[in-house]
Design a protein around this ligand. Structure first.
Ligand SMILES: [Zn+2]
Ligand SMILES: [Zn+2]
Length: 343
């Protein structure tokens, strides 16, 4: 089978790899769709992010869906020909964090396509993937395999909503409208947000934000004052999903958040300076959010039931042999939202 392997920054290769052995409780999946994620792009463009660096070749990818080709012994819930989306999150379920229900903090996590541990955890951009039965969620008839492959990034934003608390009737600010910011809009809308204002520095993505449920969009590069008006009377927003990783977005969010509101940090950036006194005086709750656990099943259910529409976010599909072009396109925010590979 072919697999998409990263060897270092800008060194992406399509290689032949052996198909793994099919163990009990496992299924062999012909992968058909794989979404390129921000973390895949970091490995491709920079060889890693922060302290996490590539130290050996690694198959990329963790947003995948496909069709089951073979069943291992004892598989009872799935059959050959079933279309499934695969959770890339593989916690150990026995460490201290797993035992208190915080599997996203598992000490022995084997998340696909991650250079965090050594040896690295090989990813799922491959023509054949051996996965455990419990990782697989069936895709409903009428839902395309490409839509199903959005379950993973959507689950990330559903977890962010869970971190924020109830959004019912709340005014929500989303800063940064890449795939995760856009999915945060959809997640917030599905959870009853009253009003959603979205900022970015690119008109093209803001136009997309309006089509998927933003009430108002602001290009903060062109019109900084449009956001500042929300700072009157100690602020306007109840919840801020920060999906840009940009320090200025954090600071401007703090200005327009109301007292006792919540800032949920989704975007990864560097070291950011924040106005401590504003956090204190407004009693702002700053929260991080990392991956997901139970939200993966919820993401699949919402997509399967047609309660959310992922289709507007898919801006390109490339064949496995065009992987480099796909990664270049995915990194160009002016043209792409979510780019997927077909295998
Ligand atoms: Zn992802
Ligand atoms: Zn664990």
């Amino acid at each position: 089978m072919k697999a998409i392997v990263i060897h270092g920054a800008k060194d992406l290769r399509i290689e032949e790899h052996p198909i793994g052995t099919l163990g009990p409780g496992q299924v062999d999946i012909a992968i058909e769709a794989g979404g390129i994620c921000g973390s895949d792009l970091h490995y491709y463009n920079h060889g890693g992010f922060g302290a996490i660096r590539l130290r050996e070749p690694m198959i990329l990818g963790h947003e995948v869906a496909g069709t089951i080709k073979r069943l291992g012994a004892g598989v009872s819930r799935l059959g050959v020909g079933d279309r499934v989306v695969v959770s890339p999150s593989r916690p150990c379920n026995v460490c201290d964090y797993c035992l208190v229900g915080q599997q996203n903090h598992c000490l022995n996590m084997r998340f696909y396509g991650s250079a965090m541990p050594m040896p690295h955890i090989q990813g799922a951009f491959r023509q054949s993937l051996i996965a455990d039965e419990w990782q697989c969620h069936k895709v409903a008839d009428g839902v395309s395999i490409n839509e199903a492959a959005f379950a993973e990034p959507f689950a990330v934003t559903l977890h962010a909503v869970a971190r924020a608390g109830s959004l019912l009737g709340k005014r929500v600010l989303v800063t940064g409208c890449g795939p995760i910011g856009a999915l945060a809009i959809i997640a917030a809308r599905a959870h009853g947000a009253r009003e959603i204002v979205v900022t970015d520095v690119m008109d093209a993505v803001l136009e997309k934000a309006r089509t998927i449920g933003a009430d108002r969009t602001i290009n903060v590069l062109m019109d900084r004052d449009a956001l500042s008006v929300y700072a009157a009377n100690k602020g306007y927003f109840d919840v801020h999903f920060e999906a840009s990783g940009n320090g200025q977005a954090v600071r401007s969010g703090l200005e327009v958040l109301k007292p006792r509101s919540v800032l949920v940090q989704l975007g990864l950036g560097g070291d950011v300076s924040i106005p401590q006194n504003m956090v204190v005086a407004k009693e702002i709750e700053m929260k991080g959010t990392f991956r997901f656990h139970e939200e993966f099943g919820l993401a699949v259910d919402l997509i399967n039931a047609g309660r959310v529409d992922m289709k507007p976010l898919l801006t390109g599909i490339y064949g496995i042999d065009e992987a480099i072009a796909a990664f270049e396109a995915a990194g160009d925010r002016s043209k792409s939202m979510k780019v997927q590979l077909s295998f």
